[in-house]
Design a protein around this ligand. Structure first.
Ligand code: GAL
Length: 337
């Protein structure tokens, strides 16, 4: 009897220990037991909690008029989850809802790709930017940025504008980055994916300023994810092969507007090919731990986009300021010394 109790105690504590870890590639459920559905997203830290915004990928009904690769046509909007420890996520609901009215810009069936949220220090508002494709339009007809604003990080966000910054250049895969001085930057694939652009946002974060640059010119990179460590800016990108995974690459700069210098593929070790079968979306700085950064990526499942896995891996920062990503089946925040 005593032995059974001891076994039960060991089992209970091993369950507890197992709970606080990342398991890349496994189904990751929220606190209600449903798979987290927030793809190509980003995370911000506000008031002691992390908030994760991302695209819900839809399981398209049989006989749907959309091809399987169009699992990102949203009937929902942008999902939001929150967490205090980065392992356990509570569903906060839809932060940006689509409209039921065909006349609206956010009419359901549009594509909301790679949504990212920042808090604007000047206005205290939460601002979301994403790659917008109007309902019923193809990518080629509608490569724009959408800007939304909310009073609370969980929303509801409302649309402010849809536009193409920098003299009407196209906007595709994108991200936001906020610098220590409060300046924010929008990075996006432009010029038919050949060249990335970066533009500094206006002080209210609701528009693009006239300060912008072409970066990694002609390199055909997308899915940019930017972070800063010790005055140096890092950007991890993917190649442009749609939902098919491809090798990552990273670049460094002394300023968000560049010049950016291509360095190498950060993925090393076993199974490093094709970014461990993922495409990056964001680099998450762990709050209160300088030098602790998590690479967030999606493992696209083109036959079931809703079943695409979230893959999070720790970024290893080396003495020579290079970075490395290694596959690990299970890990926790203690890897960051
Ligand atoms: C990927 C891109 C995704 C989405 C997809 C559509 O290359 O990173 O955000 O646009 O193509 O085919």
């Amino acid at each position: 009897m005593g032995f059974c109790v001891a076994l039960a105690v060991v089992f209970f504590f091993s369950l507890l220990a197992g709970a606080g870890e990342f398991r890349p590639g496994e189904v990751w459920c929220d606190l209600d037991g449903r798979p987290i559905n927030a793809h190509a997203g980003g995370v911000i830290f506000e008031g002691g909690r992390y908030y994760w915004h991302g695209q819900p990928m839809t399981a398209l009904p049989a006989g749907s008029k959309y091809p399987p690769s169009a699992g990102n046509l949203t009937e929902v909007g942008v999902n939001c989850y929150s967490s205090t420890n980065l392992y356990d996520w509570r569903y906060e609901g839809v932060a940006l809802a689509v409209s039921e009215n065909p006349a609206d810009d956010l009419y359901k069936g549009l594509r909301i790709e790679r949504p990212k949220v920042l808090r604007c220090p000047r206005t205290g508002k939460y601002v979301m930017w994403f790659h917008y494709v109007r309902s019923g339009k193809t990518h080629a007809e509608s490569y724009e940025a959408a800007v939304c604003v909310a009073d609370r990080v969980t929303g509801p966000f409302r649309l402010v504008k849809i536009f193409r910054p920098n003299g009407g250049q196209m906007v595709r895969d994108c991200t936001l980055f906020q610098d220590d001085d409060g300046a924010a930057y929008f990075f996006y694939a432009s010029e038919n994916n050949k060249t990335l652009h970066v533009v500094r946002l206006t002080d209210d974060y609701l528009d693009a300023s006239d300060r912008w640059e072409r970066i990694l010119v002609g390199d055909l990179r997308e899915a940019p994810a930017v972070f800063k460590y010790r005055s140096r800016y890092y950007m991890i990108t993917s190649g442009c092969t749609g939902w098919r995974h491809n090798p990552a690459s990273y670049a460094v700069a002394d300023h968000p507007l560049g010049p950016w210098k291509k360095v190498a593929d950060p993925c090393v070790g076993p199974n490093a090919t094709n970014t461990f079968d993922t495409q990056g979306t964001f680099v998450l700085p762990v709050h209160g731990r300088p030098g602790a950064f998590i690479f967030m990526a999606d493992r696209w499942n083109t036959t079931n986009m809703a079943g695409s896995a979230h893959i999070w891996l720790p970024i290893q920062l080396n003495q020579d300021s290079s970075i490395e990503l290694r596959w690990t089946n299970r890990w926790d925040l203690s890897v960051f010394k």
